[in-house]
Write a protein that binds this ligand. Structure first.
Ligand code: CTP
Ligand code: CA
Length: 222
């Protein structure tokens, strides 16, 4: 089978994509987050939809329009993102591009924390669940192809390879974030698979997404 009934290679396939940062509350008015723009994940969702996939995009807080034909689910905290991903499974394809906060605040205050003479509060952090590792775990609900992202400031190949085996996903899209990536439109990435490393030339996030979607389509064709 080379393509779906409408000639697009991913027609009839379902995909779950995570994108953007998470927002971990401290109290009702404050939180911990990061500088992910969501652009790369949104571009992947759009590219998979262009190839015919039925895409659910689980998005943290970003200032982007949902791509045409994509179902977006808004989330804030990592625990909500995990629940939304679980609810979107089963799916054929999972691409976890979100910059999930590694920690959340233990004991979120129910009211706004006030300044007090005793000095600033200390925040106790606990580790968030690893959504990618959970989706990658063997079982009947595991997507046939699970793709993670890794943003590294040093030792890209070693770190990306370690994540590939630690998390149990099939591919890792690694990017070197020692130069500007966050919020920018360009991206130089390497695709790490069990068959080796494939550096891609620097190109726009839209081009990276289209190339990744095409590779995913080729994987399902094979
Ligand atoms: N990820 C996830 N859930 C988490 C943390 C990360 O699903 N709690 C996913 C990201 O979406 C990404 C991949 O795991 O696809 C790698 O994220 P990264 O932050 O690079 O990995 P970590 O295991 O958190 O390692 P590090 O200590 O380098 O942050
Ligand atoms: Ca992390």
């Amino acid at each position: 089978l080379l393509a779906g009934p409408d000639g697009r290679p991913l027609t009839g396939r379902t995909a779950v994509v995570t994108a953007g940062p998470t927002f971990e509350p401290i109290d009702p008015v404050r939180g911990l987050t990061n500088r992910s723009s969501g652009k790369q994940g949104y571009a992947v969702a759009a590219a998979l939809a262009e190839l015919g996939a039925q895409v659910t995009l689980i998005s943290g807080p970003v200032a982007l329009d949902a791509p045409v034909g994509v179902t977006r689910v808004w989330v804030e905290a990592a625990t909500e993102m995990k629940a939304a991903v679980d609810a979107a499974l089963p799916a054929d394809i999972a691409v976890m591009s979100a910059a999930v906060a590694d920690w959340r605040v233990d004991g979120v205050a129910s009211g706004k924390i006030k300044k007090a003479p005793g000095g600033p509060p200390s925040l106790a952090l606990i580790e968030n669940p690893d959504i990618l590792a959970g989706v990658s775990a063997p079982g009947p609900r595991r997507p046939r192809l699970v793709v993670g992202f890794a943003a590294e400031t040093s030792d890209l190949a070693a770190n990306a390879r370690a994540k590939l085996s630690r998390k149990g996903c099939d591919w890792i899209v690694g990017n070197d974030v020692s130069d500007e990536v966050f919020g920018s439109d360009g991206n130089a990435v390497t695709l790490f698979t069990r068959n080796g490393d494939e550096p891609w030339p620097r190109q726009s996030k839209t081009q990276v997404a289209r190339k990744l979607a095409q590779r995913i389509a080729d994987h399902f064709k094979a």
